[in-house]
Design a protein around this ligand. Structure first.
Ligand SMILES: Cc1cc2nc3c(=O)[nH]c(=O)nc-3n(C[C@H](O)[C@H](O)[C@H](O)COP(=O)(O)O)c2cc1C
Length: 197
């Protein structure tokens, strides 16, 4: 996969080559592949090695997939229905009913990136989603109080852009990033916080 991304400093090419397409081919993804990307996620670092991530998955064609698909907002459901598999990432907010785990979301984010890079290394695409029906998920997935829904991920083989709606076809290109100088400070903060244009 090649794209127009360039880095300001020399980095491993996987960081530029990974991106989040929405067009999936109908080539199936096996349970073995899903468990392999989740294996990579398992090895993510976490505060005190608490490993607060808990994953839920479904492979297209099986009932769990349809259940997870129904928990996405309509916009995401529209394209993610063609994914080979769906994964929901949740994290443990406190263990043993008391100790608050303040880094649960940060740790789950690390697990997501490991998953995404492993998928990329396997020739798969992974697309994160926060467009989820958040209030429905705990009910449908029977989550205990201390499991927070973080994000969903669609994985699969990249498909032809023509399978997408016209508006999504226009967006099916690797995005760029703000300059490093806008996000890195040597010493105290300078400048102002601006959303990327
Ligand atoms: C936590 C998270 C939530 C996201 N939510 C959505 C979403 O609901 N729908 C969507 O189409 N893309 C979603 N994305 C994809 C981002 O828009 C995408 O990662 C970002 O534009 C950077 O592009 P890249 O992943 O291709 O580098 C999400 C990504 C992340 C990490």
């Amino acid at each position: 996969m090649s794209n127009a991304r360039t880095s300001e400093y020399p980095i491993d090419k996987q960081f530029l080559d990974r991106w989040s397409p929405r067009a999936f081919s109908d080539r199936p993804v096996t349970e073995q592949q899903v468990l392999t990307v989740l294996e990579a996620a398992r090895w993510a670092p976490s505060a005190s090695n608490l490993q607060p991530w808990r994953f839920f998955y479904g492979v297209r064609g099986e009932p769990e997939f349809d259940t997870l698909l129904s928990l996405l907002v309509p916009f995401n459901e529209g394209w993610a229905k063609n994914a080979g598999a769906l994964i929901f990432i949740t994290s443990v907010t406190s263990f043993d009913g008391s100790r608050q785990n303040i880094t649960h979301s940060f740790d789950a984010g690390s697990a997501f990136m490991s998953l995404a890079l492993q998928a990329h290394a396997m020739g798969l695409i992974a697309h994160g989603m926060a467009g989820i029906e958040f209030e429905k998920v705990p009910v449908v997935l029977k989550l205990p109080e201390n499991l927070k829904v973080e994000a969903a991920v669609a994985i699969g083989y990249q498909g032809d852009v023509s399978t997408l709606s016209e508006s999504l076809q226009k967006r099916e290109v690797p995005s760029q990033r703000q300059p490093l100088a806008e996000m890195v400070f040597k010493g105290h903060f300078t400048g102002e916080i601006k959303a990327p244009s």
